[in-house]
Ligand binder design. Structure first.
Ligand SMILES: Cc1ncc(COP(=O)(O)O)c(C=O)c1O
Length: 407
């Protein structure tokens, strides 16, 4: 079955809008990334990109980077030893839950979080490995830069320096390395290599400041992939430099970790949705659909990120294929003017009931959307392998009576 027929069949079974994730594509990206970072490096999948892929990727021997109990629960219990638990401002309850559910590696972002984890580890009778997330002095050329600028993420080196005695006195943590995260969608690709070089220097600096050997550097993610646009990224141009860097570090007894969300997940996902109505208003054409910012690009619905070009492709409809394209604004069904999927896209005329698709939405798609806003149906998510359904999941929005506010 070709993709168009498969998608049509899946929509007939699971409704529209629908997310389909192709695990064969995830495999392809995984082998490309493994080739780039070499087998000497340890690879983590960043579950925030799409928690539903965590199970499959951990079955492939990839560690999983999680930042919440829900993301941790998306990883099979037998793979939790390979989880890296991070994120700022974790509560003692979250730390305790992670420790009790098999997590033994943490990325910690502040002194108070280090102290909190040390206490939780002591109470659990455990001594987890810890990498300290550092906010170095440089700034990556990333679209979402979290480094080198004032930020709630990570610790400044000066702060590590002034608290070195306290940090070294935390007896229930095994301090093994440093974590830097330079941003997402890092382009041009050469900037990733430069960011890695800088991170290695930061590792040496922190080891010197603390006066103890550190053997792990987590470079973070940032390998790019188009979002909701056609296109692809080939890592070939940085393969050799990253290979050399990892091998050089390995020769010094340093293990390199990479955590990637977008690159591994994005290309696997397609959103399929339906045209509900064509409408003209004051000279502009609108296509009203059943997919809005509750399904995709939720943060843009809050005007929090720049609107970018979105490529929308009709699933197929041969009898109108010869018609010429015109500009239309594709919107969702929510009653807010911010519910815009794509502004002024060039599209052939589409008919009510017809299915449209957006590719490259396997990362930061549904879980990064405003699923609860206005209570419209949440798309079902289908994982396919070799054209066959492997798993089907439905995120449910249900309000239940709650006697205890924290239950
Ligand atoms: C700490 C951390 N690691 C990894 C990632 C994944 O980044 P990407 O999806 O760009 O690979 C993120 C994304 O925000 C992050 O904050």
């Amino acid at each position: 079955m070709d993709n168009a027929n498969l998608f049509r069949t899946l929509v007939a079974s699971y409704g529209s809008p629908l997310y389909v994730y192709n695990l064969d594509t995830v495999q392809l990206r995984l082998s490309e990334l493994r080739r780039t970072v070499t087998s000497k490096a340890k690879l983590f999948y960043s579950a925030k990109a799409n928690p539903l892929l965590a199970k499959e990727l951990s079955a492939e021997g990839v560690g999983v980077e999680v930042t919440s109990t829900a993301e941790l629960n998306a990883v099979s219990p037998d793979a939790r030893g390979h989880v890296l638990y991070g994120g700022p401002a974790q509560t003692p309850q979250e730390m305790r839950y992670a420790l009790e559910h098999g997590v033994r590696q943490f990325s910690v972002e502040s002194l108070s979080q280090l102290i909190l984890l040390d206490q939780q580890a002591e109470q659990s009778g455990l001594k987890p490995d810890v990498i300290i997330r550092v906010n170095p002095h440089i700034r990556a050329s990333a679209r979402l830069s979290m480094t080198g600028v004032a930020s709630q993420f990570g610790m400044d080196i000066e702060h590590i320096q002034s608290n070195r005695t306290t940090i070294k006195g935390l007896m229930h943590l095994r301090l093994i390395g440093v974590h830097t995260y330079l941003g997402t969608q890092i382009e041009p690709l050469q900037n990733i290599v430069e960011a890695c070089e800088t991170s290695l220097a930061v590792l040496d600096e922190v080891a010197q400041v603390l006066g103890c050997p550190l053997s792990v550097i987590n470079f973070g993610g940032g390998f790019p992939w188009p979002y909701a646009q056609k296109g692809e990224v080939c890592l070939g141009s940085i393969e050799q430099r990253i290979n050399e860097l990892v091998l050089r570090a390995s020769d010094r007894g340093i293990e390199c970790w990479f955590e990637s969300g977008r690159f591994l997940a994005a290309s696997s996902g397609t959103l399929i949705f339906r045209v509900l109505e064509n409408k003209s208003s004051k000279g502009r054409d609108f296509i009203l659909t059943d997919a809005g910012v509750h399904c995709l690009g939720g943060m843009s619905g809050l005007s929090r990120t720049l609107r970018q070009k979105v490529d929308i492709v009709p699933l197929q409809c041969t009898h109108v294929q010869h018609q010429t394209a015109h500009l239309a604004t594709v919107v969702g069904p929510l009653c807010t003017p911010l519910d815009i999927v794509a502004r002024d896209v060039s599209l052939r005329p589409v008919q009510e009931g017809e299915l449209l698709t957006i590719e490259n939405v396997g990362a930061y798609g549904l879980t990064a959307s405003l699923v609860a806003f206005l209570g419209k149906p949440i798309p079902v998510e289908v994982l396919i392998v070799k054209g066959k359904v492997k798993r089907t999941l439905a995120l449910k929005l249900v309000w239940e009576q709650c006697a205890d506010a924290r239950a």
